[in-house]
Design a protein around this ligand. Structure first.
Ligand code: SF4
Length: 230
């Protein structure tokens, strides 16, 4: 094989192409949700998502973005000097090479979390990563995409997140808790959709039903009103 054979038409070495990801943004902020809430964290937001949740708050990550070599992503993450890194999207697992990024971040010694929709297979994710996996309730419009087999790949340090937009969503989530023994698998988070459910109502439903779930409000919405890059 000649030297040219291992290059793409652009002249980029094939090995480097194999380790690139399309990235919407890399930013340094405070983790706004899940078990690592409050920690200073570097977020790596991968571009693209095959779902279209009605209440999605990161639609700007569906398209565009720029290609970055995984080693360049690691260098940018390191420049912020944070112990926690969150790989998010979009749906980060829609890019297969996300698995390489996750492994390299773990190898570098970071506390790594992955925010994923629950619609794509999580079985190959490095076990050192804390998965924060959604289960999509009916009002998301994407409930049929839940990949229930993923539940068997959750570890005790992972988290299941259910975003709730209505009383009907809450009742669905409560039924799923029982049907799939969710709280025996890992921590379960219930979070209200901003502007759709009163946070106090959700809190009171959880108390009334004595559910062993963790209520959460998104800290970054309170701090920065969900501005991009925050
Ligand atoms: S899975 Fe996440 S990024 Fe994709 S549409 Fe739903 S909320 Fe938005």
């Amino acid at each position: 094989m000649s030297g040219n054979d291992v290059r793409e038409a652009s002249g980029t070495p094939a090995a480097a192409v194999a380790e690139r990801l399309r990235i919407t943004e890399i930013f340094h902020s405070i983790q706004g949700e899940a078990d690592a809430i409050g920690w200073r964290t570097v977020f790596v937001r991968l571009t693209g998502c095959p779902l279209r949740c009605v209440w999605c708050d990161t639609e700007y990550s569906f398209y565009g973005g720029n290609w970055h070599a995984i080693d360049d992503i690691l260098a940018e993450v390191a420049s912020h000097g944070a112990r926690h890194v969150c790989v998010t999207g979009g749906e980060p697992l829609a890019q297969k090479r996300c698995l390489i990024l996750l492994r390299k971040l773990c190898d570098a010694g970071y506390e790594v979390s992955l925010e994923t929709s629950g619609a794509l297979d999580v079985s190959m994710v490095d076990p050192r990563v804390r998965k924060v996996m959604d289960l999509k309730a009916p009002d998301s419009g994407e409930s049929q995409r839940n990949l229930w087999a993923n539940l068997d790949h959750l570890l005790p340090h992972d988290q299941i997140k259910i975003v709730i937009a209505s009383r009907a969503d809450y009742e669905w989530a409560r039924a799923m808790l029982a049907e799939h023994a969710l709280t025996e698998r890992c921590m379960v988070l219930f979070s209200p959709v901003h502007g759709a459910v009163e946070p106090r109502d959700l809190a009171e439903w959880i108390i009334a039903d004595k559910l062993d779930v963790r209520f959460q409000l998104q800290l970054h919405k309170l701090l920065w009103n969900d501005a991009a890059g925050r």
